[in-house]
Design a protein. Structure first.
Length: 96
């Protein structure tokens, strides 16, 4: 009889833990926008790496080249700023 009570308690605890885990994962996935969306919404216009990417993108756009200078930066934020500037410059949209 006592073993049956312990088994029920273990099943109940396991059910609650799994429910919390599934709910938490779903909420977290729905709440966080993708990194591409964040990079698109970020204003890098005053960032030096963005300006560098913008200039190089404009230059490549004029010469019909596609990312001729592949830059890699140590900081992830610098890389994102450069890429955003490059894409902006290469597309010819210089308003940002």
């Amino acid at each position: 009889m006592r073993a049956r009570m312990n088994l029920r308690r273990c099943v109940w605890i396991l059910t609650v833990v799994l429910g919390i885990g599934i709910t938490g994962t779903t909420v977290r996935a729905a709440a966080s926008p993708s990194s591409q969306d964040q990079a698109h919404d970020q204003d890098y216009s005053k960032n030096k790496k963005y300006q560098q990417g913008l200039r190089e993108g404009q230059d490549d756009g004029k010469h019909n080249l596609d990312h001729s200078k592949k830059r890699h930066f140590k900081k992830d934020e610098d890389q994102k700023a450069y890429e955003a500037g490059y894409q902006q410059g290469h597309q010819g949209d210089h308003q940002k």
